[in-house]
Design a protein around this ligand. Structure first.
Ligand SMILES: Cc1cc2nc3c(=O)[nH]c(=O)nc-3n(C[C@H](O)[C@H](O)[C@H](O)COP(=O)(O)O)c2cc1C
Length: 353
């Protein structure tokens, strides 16, 4: 089983120091960055006993409109600029994910052309979603979304927690990222401000559905019950509980602790989660709270830096094998048997299930 902290240590040795800092860091005092992984340890399990767990299945099915069949509920969160970690960039990450049977979410800030990434996923019969930032020039966003739909993206992920960028990568006069890093995908830009990230709105959920010819829209970055209800009422197919891996508002609630209230407001619609997931027990915790998919961000970048596509595949397969083991310990032969087996530990917390 892949040890994520060891992987991070190895990646740190391989990456340029400023790239490592860009990937690893959080915003503000990095309170949320540290709190995300710690919060998963506050989820406690109520394992079932005397169940037949001789054949544990990690496969997962999401009903229409998401309509996905995956070998694992461990999914790859959208992260920017994979060519900083590996020369093949997002094409390597996507290949690794597809071979592991995992969902890959491609960032709007991809450093490879989305059509090249889509071809790699199709070759391995994988599944991918496309993440959307609303950009200053709306037609740039629309162009990317139409291309993603034409290339076979199965859903759009609208990132909602970036009204302004919390952690600036494009530092004028020499940041880690150069214009070229996303011009490969976006096309050459005479003026970089055309691609500046601007706030999204509830109305954009419907707009994205329309311009993509009907792709389901998943809203990422939700931490509150009322926001989840509003997104779903506006037509979202699902929400992702996320605080952007501690890179937006510092001191935002860790995702493991935000999850239960969001899920209660979602009236049975899928609520997915990311942030600080580092081990099979963390994945189990997300699933036991009721998420059908649990995303990993930084660990995938470490795996990509250390081993390219094979590294990403090994990480995801390692987490999935570890998950099968802890599912057996929890008395759950399938992912569908997990919701209700986890509860947030704390004074006065009633056990679930
Ligand atoms: C280097 C880096 C780049 C990211 N880029 C994006 C992005 O382009 N779009 C987006 O929606 N989220 C982005 N995120 C946030 C991730 O999708 C995800 O929410 C977060 O990384 C999950 O936390 P984890 O890294 O602790 O697993 C980025 C995160 C990191 C670390």
């Amino acid at each position: 089983m892949a040890d994520v902290s060891e992987l991070e240590r190895q990646a740190r040795e391989l990456l340029r120091p400023e790239v490592y800092e860009y990937y690893a860091g959080g915003s503000g005092g990095e309170v949320t960055l540290r709190a995300n992984p710690e919060a998963w340890h506050q989820i406690r399990f109520l394992p079932r006993v005397l169940r037949d767990v001789s054949a544990v299945r990690t496969s997962v099915r999401l009903a229409p409109p998401l309509n996905l069949e995956l070998r694992t509920p461990v999914a790859v969160a959208p992260t920017a600029y994979h060519r900083l970690a590996h020369p093949d960039g997002e094409a390597a990450t996507a290949a690794g994910a597809a071979r592991a049977g995992a969902l890959f979410v491609l960032s709007s800030r991809s450093s490879r052309r989305l059509e090249d990434v889509a071809a790699v996923v199709a070759d391995a019969a994988g599944s991918w979603w496309f993440q959307v930032y609303m950009m200053q020039e709306r037609e740039l966003t629309a162009g990317l979304v139409r291309r993603a739909a034409a290339a076979g993206a199965q859903a759009l992920v609208l990132t909602a927690d970036t009204p302004v960028v919390g952690r600036q990568a494009l530092v004028p006069g020499g940041g880690v990222i150069s214009d070229r890093d996303y011009e490969d995908n976006l096309g050459p830009l005479d003026d970089l401000s055309r691609a500046r990230i601007v706030p999204a709105s509830l109305a954009d959920i419907g707009w994205l559905g329309e311009i993509s010819g009907g792709l389901p829209v998943v809203v990422k970055g939700v931490l509150r019950a009322d926001d989840a209800a509003a997104c779903l009422a506006a037509g979202a197919a699902a929400v992702i509980v996320s605080n952007h891996g501690g890179r937006q508002l510092d001191q935002a609630l860790p995702t493991a602790l935000a999850f239960p209230a969001v899920q209660a407001a979602a009236a049975g619609r899928p609520v997915l989660v990311d942030g600080g997931v580092r081990s099979p027990e963390n994945v189990l915790a997300g699933l036991a709270l009721g998420a059908p998919l649990v995303f990993v961000g930084r660990p995938v970048l470490w795996a990509l830096a250390c081993g390219g596509a094979n590294g990403v595949r090994a990480l995801l397969e390692g987490l999935t094998e570890g998950l099968a083991h802890v599912m057996a310990l929890a008395g759950a032969p399938s992912v569908a048997a997990l919701p209700g087996l986890g509860t947030v530990a704390g004074p006065g917390t009633a056990p679930a299930g």
